[in-house]
Design a protein around this ligand. Structure first.
Ligand code: XUL
Ligand code: MN
Length: 349
């Protein structure tokens, strides 16, 4: 087994330890306090925590700048106490009444202004918790019906908003996390190609990158490892949200590799080939526990996703690269297929 080239640091967000509510049923597990979530991260060998702005400052819209700074400082102290770092902050723009019809692409100028101001506050919080990365999942920046918004205008509105954020903080790095649908019918920045592309429209493309979430690529009918490759070719893959997804369903956020192990293997392979992490990129898991899990075993999805990643990394670093090259040269892809299946099944080739 070769030594991995990548430098892997793992993270998850507080929302990844949840109470199990779904659109058809109420919570089934007791809430877990933030301090305990940080302890879980540490115990499971994670290095970082991802945040939404209101994970750091609950009920953020009702609080003054002083109160926000006080609460953010408290979270930073708790992180420091555990030896953890904040990977990123993302504004939760899809929850407020002001963003019912989108944030930066809302048809109302006043409501667009809300989304921009809220994001500036999220950037300030990002700095307070010691991060330089802002993640934008553009949740409601699409349409419920196509005729309700003008597509080209929406793209330019998002570009204009990005320019405001780049100007607000000269050090902020913006990571766009695309998703093709859910909660709205269709998103205007729906795939990683769109995310990379809009970065080039901004005033400082060097500070706009992206985050590929496995489930979001699968929902777009695409292979997450190909989406990662595309972003890596642009040196724009600045984080990932690894998870799994039973093809075109709702966004399931299943444990990494639990649905399609080969698809997961290829994601790890692509990251390892790039020596991912050498520029400080994170391996995030955006995974949810099944609703059937009881409280005491409600964090196994986080332990399992990380373990699966590391097991797949062992597989990747034990690829017989000489044999692989020979089979590719001979164009014997049936044999190459069998070789990789044997590798994944732990069978002698
Ligand atoms: C939504 C999603 C979000 C983002 C962060 O599908 O993945 O949790 O990762 O806002
Ligand atoms: Mn995500």
């Amino acid at each position: 087994m070769a030594k991995p080239k990548g430098q892997y640091r793992f993270s998850f967000g507080p929302w990844n330890i949840d109470e199990g509510a779904d659109p058809f049923g109420p919570p089934v597990r007791e809430p877990i306090a933030m301090a305990k979530k940080f302890k879980v991260a540490k115990e499971l060998g994670y290095h970082g925590v991802q945040f939404h702005d209101d994970d750091v400052v609950p009920d953020i819209d009702t609080k003054s700048a002083t109160q926000i700074a006080k609460e953010a400082a408290k979270i930073k102290k708790m992180l420091d106490g555990e030896g953890l770092v904040a990977e990123f902050v993302a504004p939760r723009l899809w929850f407020a009444p002001e963003t019912i019809d989108g944030g930066y692409t809302n048809n109302s100028a006043k409501l667009r202004e809300y989304a921009i101001e809220r994001t500036k506050t999220a950037i300030d919080i990002m700095n307070m918790v010691g991060s330089t990365s802002l993640v934008l999942w553009l949740a409601r920046e699409g349409t419920y019906i196509r005729e309700s918004k003008v597509g080209r205008k929406q793209v330019l509105q998002i570009r204009d908003a990005l320019n405001v954020f780049l100007g607000h903080d000269p050090k902020v790095r913006i990571l766009i996390e695309p998703k093709p649908n859910e909660p709205v019918d269709s998103a205007i920045i729906s795939t990683i190609g769109h995310a990379v592309g809009i970065g080039y429209l901004t005033s400082d493309p060097a500070r706009v990158g992206c985050l590929v979430e496995s489930a979001h690529s699968i929902l777009a009918g695409l292979d997450p490892s190909d989406d990662m490759s595309y972003a890596l070719a642009h040196d724009k893959l600045w984080s990932v949200h690894l998870n799994d997804q039973g093809n075109m369903k709702f966004d399931q956020d299943k444990s990494f590799g639990s649905y399609n192990l080969r698809r997961a293997f290829n994601q790890v392979r692509v990251l390892e080939e790039y020596a991912y992490g050498r520029n400080g990129e994170w391996v995030g898991f955006d995974v949810k526990a099944m609703r059937t899990q009881k409280l005491a075993v409600g964090t196994k999805h986080l332990a399992n996703s990380k373990a699966t990643f590391l097991n797949l990394l062992d597989k990747v670093t034990s690829i017989d690269t000489k044999l692989e090259a020979e089979l590719i040269k001979a164009r014997d892809y049936e044999e190459l297929d069998r070789y990789f299946l044997c590798l994944l099944m732990g069978k002698k080739y």
